[in-house]
Design a protein around this ligand. Structure first.
Ligand code: FES
Length: 181
């Protein structure tokens, strides 16, 4: 589960432990050229997302302007500044998928989960994102759930697909703030 509860920054809580791990990574990478992206990837792996406090810590340690660090995070879709759900559903809206019904698939997923793109269900099970191509254009429309690619998806199959990840997917309805940036 990528979302972690922050109990404060006293060095004993989960969050404190994660910050100390991040500091160790930063010491390792400080002198290395091109450290920013690998450090951000490691930090996202640790925290599940990239909160502002973490970006500021990275900015200071690597001696890079905060705007540069935040800009890199904003540029790459695999970085997230908000907590994501346990499962990330990504719907391809690249040309091949779009013309073969990707938008209808996206609408079905929005309806099924009760959230919009960039949001996370209230129970934290699913986050919804869109993408531009997974390299599976021949079998469009495609979606990804976590690292699984589902091809030739039809709107009518959406519930079956999502239920593979959470048995009682109907409970996932309801929106919360969340998503990217
Ligand atoms: S356009 Fe959707 S996988 Fe390529």
């Amino acid at each position: 589960m990528p979302t972690r509860k922050c109990n404060g920054c006293d060095g004993k809580s989960d969050h404190g432990v994660l910050l100390r791990r991040l500091d160790k990574v930063l010491r390792e990478y400080r002198e290395k050229p091109g450290a920013l992206i690998p450090v951000l990837q490691i930090a996202q792996g640790l925290f599940g997302y990239l909160p502002e406090t973490v970006l500021k810590r990275i900015s200071l340690a690597l001696e890079k302007p905060y705007s540069e660090v935040a800009g890199v995070v904003g540029f790459y879709s695999f970085f997230s500044r908000m907590p994501r759900g346990q499962h990330v559903v990504r719907v391809c809206l690249g040309t091949a998928c779009y013309v073969r019904g990707g938008k209808q698939v996206l609408d079905a997923i929005r309806k099924q989960l009760g959230i919009e793109v960039g949001e996370t269900t209230a129970d934290g099970n699913f986050s919804l994102e869109v993408a531009r191509c997974f390299g599976a254009c021949g079998l469009a429309p495609a979606i990804m759930v976590d690292n699984d690619t589902h091809q030739r998806v039809k709107a009518a199959r959406v519930q079956d697909i999502l239920s593979q990840y959470v048995k009682r997917v109907g409970k996932a309805k309801g929106r919360s703030k969340g998503g990217k940036r």
